[in-house]
Design a protein around this ligand. Sequence first.
Ligand code: BG6
Length: 485
Amino acid sequence: MKQVRKGFPKDFLWGGAVAANQCEGAWKEAGKGMSTADIHPYLPNLNRKELDFNHLDSETFYRFKDNEEYYYPNHKGVEFYHRYKEYFALLHEMGFTCFRMSIAWTRIFPNGDEKEPNVEGLKHYHEVFQELKKYGIEPIVTMSHYEMPLHLVEKYNGWSSRELVDLFVKYCEVLLKEYKDEVTYWIVINQINLIQYECFGSLGILKDKTENYLQAQYQGIHHQFVASAKVVELARTINPNFKMGTMLADCIINPFTCHPKDVELAMRRNRMQYFFGDVQILGEYPQFAIQYFNENNIHLDIQATDLELIKKHTVDFLCVSYYYSRCVSHEKNGMDAADTVDNPYLKANEWGWAINPQGLYCTMSQYWDRYHIPMMIGENGFGYVDVLEEDHSVHDDYRIDYLGKHIRALQMAIEDGADIFAYCSWAPFDIISAGTAEISKRYGYIYVDYDDYGKGSGALYKKDSFYWYKKVIETNGESLSDVFL
Ligand code: BG6
């Protein structure tokens, strides 16, 4: 007989998440090569509809590739590469028990197709893991978070080429062997489903270099599925204790109205998001995806051996990132995941990201009902232009409100049965935005004193949310018992 559940599990992991390219800086140090993230400049007046960094063509690519006219914030990041010890000391003070981070592919294989890995890069991450160990913080490591070697874009047109499979597997094999005693939790690819939003970052495909861009994207995804399955297969032989995960950015949406056509469209759209999880967790291409490809002139090169690999080597856990929710209307939207309408019942931040904690409860419950495997929140946070007061305090009650409600929503999903083992907010200290390359879209509990041009003292200041999250961790979430959604 099942018992009534209350609160978070005893051994729940509390932490935060970052990506190497958004915080490390040191973009050319210690043998690091150039990555897709290194060509994203800060362009304050950019009209993102006219110049979309998520879908690049060759002309734009070469315009931004290492052009001295522009400032590239992540070349400096928040100097995490050199200052990780300072950051970890503060995370430890907050009581962190886990930390989600990524390894930069370009520190290990600067061009992506070298024979031997870069020893200096390997050494650096050993030092980082040792420092985490000192504090008893569990690393959760993403192998690829929006920074494939630029050379692979130029030579192979990114993941559209099957050759990427072996190159990526080789890189992952090096990581699994090298860090087999230091890392247990691995996430192979960040937000594998976000092809319409962050296509260039995740797939490295230049759209003018293919005849059928949508087909090239799904072919790239297929190659990532095959590569991930091979990585999982290898992981089992290297260390049977490894926990191998995949990651979805939550794109589960609501119908704009109860009009049956809105409801149908939302259901069809949601299925094409579940598609990614279905392949990697259930081990098969679902029939609805095959129908969708056929209707959309998408013809994939899928080999029988690929399907065997996908079937055999499914993942152990699902990592989900959740920020906001959207709606679809049959009158305005089609099947493209980025094509949505706003929910009139929700307030949004300056970047239009609508706040919806109930959405987190619904989404985690739905993933649980469909997959029944352990899950974690790998990203959840509130970007805001914080104000640093003269006494160096930051009163970010809006962030506390957002996070408190979302963590409560997570608790509700856990109490209803979902097996969720970790919560990582994005990002524990201010870092460079992936979408807009600015630092002023701040997420941290720790304020990093740099502006969008990397100017400032670089000092680290504790925001009000720092003390708040410390209490949440100390009480294993009980301090939120008076938070209602
Ligand atoms: C996620 C990415 O989609 O969103 C992160 O995995 C990113 O890399 C985060 O930083 C927040 O987006 P942004 O554009 O505010 O940095």
